[in-house]
Design a protein around this ligand. Sequence first.
Ligand SMILES: [Zn+2]
Length: 123
Amino acid sequence: MDLFDLYQQQQIRGQARDLRQTEENLSRNRRHTNDQVEETEERVDRLLLLCEAMWELITETTALTTEDLAAKAYELDMSDGNKDGRRQRMAVTCHCGAKINPKAGICQFCSAPAPERSAFEAV
Ligand SMILES: [Zn+2]
């Protein structure tokens, strides 16, 4: 075995070690992603259950119908100008005239607190 063979074997061992490390990292990332997906699915399931419970209470105690619900959902969906099944958070205008990022609590120019938002917009 000459010096070049030793060098090649050392390179191969190093690359095999790197490959094992990469596989371990991928496996860890996959488990983390699966945990996040599972947690999100549980949250969506809980949210759906609460929505169903609220809707049953509403229909049991008011004259509202599923058509009313669909019309309101359409109205809210279209309030941002896009029919995409969700409602985009819109920037609000500060008293100084600057637009405040929907996720920020204060104006980045004058530090004034953002105007009150609905409970859902604060989520
Ligand atoms: Zn401002």
